[in-house]
Each structure stands twice: as C-alpha cells, then as structure tokens.
Write a protein that binds this ligand. Structure first.
Ligand code: SF4
Length: 329
C-alpha cells in the first residue's frame, strides 16, 4: 500500500474542493481492499462519512430518494423499500455478509469494481505480471485465454470480459433509477442505463463520473401500481458469494397477460444488464412457461462464451425463467 493523505470533509463543498486527484471514501469495503492490493493508489482520501447523505426519503413525485451514504443494510430493511421496491431489498440482502452490508454504502455499491482474479493480482498490468487492460491499458487481458469461469458473456470485448459484481445495481437497472452527482461543474442526473460503461476498447473507464464528481443520491421512480418484483441469484454457495447468474424482474399483470415488465440480469454482463430483448418478448404475452423461456432465449441471444463460462448461458436462462414464474405466480 502506498502512503496517502487523509481528511474528513465537513461539507459537500469542502469534499469537492479537497479531493483533487484523490478518492472519496465512505464504507471502504471495496476501496481499502483494492488499496492493499495496489489496484488503487490514491494520493489522498477524503472521508465523506459525516456528510448529510444518509437518509431515505419519499419524494412528492411518489418516488424515493436514497442518500449515497445509506448503508446497504439500512436500505434493505427500509419499510418503503421492502414494500414498494422488494427487488431492491432482496438484491441487497443477497450480497456480501451482514457485517459488510452494515458498512457498505449505496454510493460505494454503485462503484464496485470487478472480482476478476487477474485484475486483483497486485502485479497485474505491470512488466512480469498478468496482462490486464483494466489495470493498465494496452497490457492485454489474461482472462481471455486464462481462467474465466466467472467472467461475463454479455457486453464483452476483445479487451476485457470482466463481470460487474453488484447485486444492488441489477435491481436498480430494472427499477430505472437515476443517479445524482455533484462536481466541480455543478450537479447533474445520470439515467442508470448510462452510468456504467461497456468495456469496448477502454475497460479502465467504468462509469460516467467525471474527475472530482461525487455521487450524492439515487432516485427511484414511483413504483408501478399493482406490480410485483423479484430478485433471484444463483451462485456457488448459499451466502457470501457473487452471482454466477441473477435476474431482477418487475412485472404488472393484466388478467393472465403481462402488461408491464422490466428485466435486468447480473453475473453475466460487463455491466448491470438491462434486457430490452426479454422485455419485448414478454410484453402483452400470456404469463406461461413458453413465454418465459422465449424471453430468456432473447435475453441471452447475444452471449459470447469463453473456455470455462459457457455454462452460464443456460444457467442465466433458467434463472430468468424462474424469476419470471415467481413474479407472475
Ligand atoms: Fe483485466 Fe478485464 Fe481481462 Fe480481467 S477480464 S484481466 S479485468 S482486462
């Protein structure tokens, strides 16, 4: 670990003014790990834990405003989240461990970095280390021909196939959240679908944040009246494990037909994966097994597999099929 300066921010303005080329730190459940591995080497840390961003508030629009510092546990057990955004509560409770959820924040969860083992090797991207374009652009990708069982099958490129690790983000993609940020150029709102970036030729650029910008809160739109939602996560063990495949589904029925649906998938994409293809295959259709399977086929139609991760395609199809059955039954 490299040496760094540390300061507690007394206000949002002071945090923005003080961060420079450093990093904001809140729960630290990802950042400190990555600093120990030399993946992150900030020259300065600005502690934002005392900023007034720790509330979950109902909005006049009927939506919900979630402060960036709201802990994952508090958000999962919030009454409004449990009743009106069940998919988000379920996703949060399926992630990490109780201790980590008590520390991890909403803002930090948005910025989780991949669990690709090569990326987390202390020497990756340096001479003599594994090639990793996400660590050091132009050094290659050891996972392409290496151990890639947990890697993505959707949204990959020849430069990076790393899976996005967050459960919370998959639920927020299905809920069409909006991320609010504040930075040197002022405030702006970023639709969830535009926040995380595909790797393309620049896998080191993971999100739409500009230098010095701070996530301040996440806004959830008003819940769809009469809808139900489900998060289903499949993994190697029952707890404290990342998804091999997951599905977040929000559905509103009209008689036996699907009137409104939003679908997002985790464990298979290089970003939280909203599936417009699955939604198109479901909308207006009768809610039965053949419809669900057709939607799952559509969702994974663009999958590109590697040596060890082809099993994820069928696993993800079954995961989405099951989630749709649960949400509509
Ligand atoms: Fe690095 Fe991405 Fe390749 Fe993993 S998959 S080694 S993060 S470039």
């Amino acid at each position: 670990m490299q040496t760094f300066s540390y300061v507690k921010a007394a206000s949002i303005d002071k945090a923005l003014a003080g961060v420079g080329s450093g990093k904001f730190i809140a729960g630290g459940t990802t950042l400190v790990d990555l600093m120990k591995l030399n993946v992150e080497q900030p020259s300065a840390l600005v502690d934002i834990n005392t900023l007034p961003l720790d509330k979950v508030e109902k909005l006049p629009t009927g939506g919900l405003r979630i402060g960036a510092l709201v802990r994952n546990s508090d958000l999962a057990w919030n009454d409004d989240v449990k009743t009106s955004y069940a998919v988000l509560s379920q996703a949060l409770l399926s992630g990490a461990s109780p201790q980590l959820r008590n520390m991890a924040t909403t803002g930090g969860n948005l910025l989780q970095r991949t669990r690709c083992a090569y990326f987390r090797e202390p020497g990756a991207g340096t001479p003599g280390g594994y090639g990793c374009n996400k660590r050091t652009p132009g050094t290659g990708c050891a996972a392409l021909e290496g151990f890639n069982r947990s890697h993505a099958v959707l949204g990959t490129s020849d430069h990076c196939i790393a899976t996005h690790p967050s459960d919370m983000c998959v639920a927020m993609a299905a809920l069409e959240a909006v991320i609010h940020v504040e930075g040197p150029k002022g405030k702006r709102a970023i639709p969830f679908a535009d926040f995380h970036k595909l790797p393309g030729e620049t896998p080191h650029i993971e999100n739409a944040l500009e230098p010095g910008e701070l996530v301040t809160y996440v806004e959830l739109p008003k819940p769809i009246e009469g809808s139900r939602s489900v998060y289903l996560k499949l993994r190697d063990r029952a707890s404290y494990e990342f998804a091999l495949a997951s599905a977040a589904v929000v559905v509103k029925m009209d008689g036996g037909h699907i009137r409104y649906v939003r679908v997002a998938m985790g464990g298979v994409g290089t970003k939280p994966w909203r599936s417009h293809e699955a939604e198109a295959a479901l909308t207006g259709k009768p809610a039965h097994a053949a419809t669900f399977r057709a939607a799952s086929e559509a969702a994974l139609a663009g999958a590109k597999t590697r040596t060890d991760n082809a099993f994820k395609v069928e696993l993800a199809k079954r995961c989405l099929t099951r989630a749709l059955k649960l949400a509509t039954s």
